[in-house]
Design a protein around this ligand. Structure first.
Ligand code: AMP
Length: 424
């Protein structure tokens, strides 16, 4: 079959890489893709938000299956556009992608259906938010309602910071219309775990757990980023936690969405915090995490095409997911200055030296080919170096051993991805 993947990051490289292993995948296209994806699929220069362009490409090439990796097109309704033309597409419809598209919606859903999450209030008027903060308990968390590239969450230590935060989100609209509404949330403490899950609208199948590292600097310092590294599985996601989540979070979320007339077909990402009162939902995403996909998909033994088709056909209850009894650690190599200002166009050396290894996979994120055909940097997060091993420690050592083989000007990475492993 012919498959089209929509997106251009490390997550989409991991998706294309997994799909390419399926004997059913005869031809894979990726729009717009990147230099790494271009080595295993045909990249087409159509932007992820150009629904008309993608649709006419899919019709012209008789695409059998479109897989949407990114949040923006999903929240914008790309699945509805494809379905209206009778095309097979994997991802939630617009009315279900709102689970990620609006934090006010997801918080209300959790409250209505008794899904554990932080206590909260929603505001659409900055003055009301400011009045509320006069008597609130600190620290406190402010969240822009809509999509903000993972940056619309402010953790405020005291009232002054929180009032400044209302200015940033609602008055100065630093995250654009995402800040038209704002959620103010109780600050929770605990370990964070991400669980991605396939869902066919009725049945949910969680994948193995993972842990992200969102801050730019070692020791979780510096600015929030799209994600500087991940490991899988999380040693803190015990069988007991899993049982609790199945009973109180996963299936309840699927049933809540169905009851609301918004059946969710696609990948639900559960961002969880393991608090002293048990696991609670920090956030939902409506697609694979990036860079969680880079450590979860290489560990999956199922044919990804089969699992995606089971979701679309509503037969996921007949599918069991199988994950290898191993571990993966992804270290992101970023451009100097990320996530603020960084240069692009620097040649990347050493990629060839890691090819063909079965314990290392390099997923490209912000890479492109220059006019001379060289692979150059083209974004903030450039590469994800994934080490695989029998244990998390082995996988981490493999990833960090491989990292110095790849170089580009001003490259940096966190040196402490997977540090939590030592505390398990
Ligand atoms: P979100 O995009 O909602 O997952 O928030 C981004 C990050 O902010 C999370 O991964 C947490 O590290 C942190 N965060 C979000 N909500 C809370 C909360 N209620 N308490 C403490 N930390 C939070």
């Amino acid at each position: 079959m012919s498959i089209l993947v929509v997106g251009s990051g490390g997550r989409e490289h991991a998706l294309v890489w997994s799909l390419a292993k399926s004997p059913k995948a005869d031809k894979i296209y990726c729009a717009p893709g990147n230099a790494g994806i271009g080595e295993i699929a045909e990249c087409v220069p159509i932007k992820a938000m150009d629904f008309e362009g993608l649709l006419s490409f899919a019709k012209e090439k008789k695409i059998d299956l479109t897989v949407v990796g990114m949040d923006d097109p999903l929240v914008g309704g790309i699945v509805d556009v494809f379905e209206a033309e009778g095309l097979r597409v994997f991802g939630p419809r617009k009315n279900a992608a709102i689970l990620e598209g609006s934090k006010a919606f997801s918080k209300e859903l959790m409250k209505k259906y008794g899904i554990p999450t932080a206590a909260y209030e929603t505001f659409s008027d900055p003055e009301e938010a400011e009045a509320y903060l006069e008597t609130a308990k600190f620290p406190i968390v402010l969240k822009a309602d809509g999509l903000a590239l993972g940056k619309g969450v402010l953790i405020c230590a005291d009232k002054a910071e929180a009032l400044e935060g209302v200015g940033t989100i609602m008055r100065r609209k630093q995250f654009g219309e995402a800040g038209a509404k704002m959620v103010v949330e109780e600050f929770m403490t605990g370990r964070e775990v991400s669980v991605l899950s396939f869902c066919d609208g009725k049945t949910l199948r969680p994948m193995t757990s993972a842990q992200d590292h969102k801050r730019a600097g070692d020791g979780d310092t510096g600015l929030n980023t799209g994600g500087m590294g991940t490991f899988s599985p999380s040693p803190f996601y015990t069988e007991e936690v899993d049982r609790f989540c199945h009973e109180h979070i996963y299936q309840k979320t699927v049933e809540a969405m169905r009851s609301e007339g918004r059946p969710f077909v696609g990948v639900i990402y559960f961002g969880l915090m393991l608090t002293a009162d048990g696991p609670k939902v920090l956030e939902y995403n409506c697609r694979f995490g990036d860079p969680e996909a880079q450590v979860v998909l290489p560990r999956m033994e199922n044919d990804l095409v089969d699992v995606i088709e089971a979701c679309i056909d509503g037969t996921l209850d007949q599918t069991e997911l199988v994950f290898a009894d191993n571990a993966a650690v992804c270290v992101v190599l970023a451009s100097g200055g990320y996530p603020v200002h960084y240069e692009k166009g620097y040649p990347i050396e050493g990629l060839e030296s890691l090819k063909g290894r079965d314990d290392v996979v390099v997923f490209h994120a912000g890479t492109a080919r220059d006019p001379e055909g060289r692979i150059v940097t083209s974004g903030g997060r450039v590469l994800g170096v994934v080490g695989l091993g029998k244990t998390l420690k082995e996988a981490r050592a493999t990833a960090y051993d491989a990292v110095p083989s790849v170089t580009f000007k001003d490259a940096f990475c966190r040196k402490d991805i997977g540090k939590a492993i030592d505390e398990a």
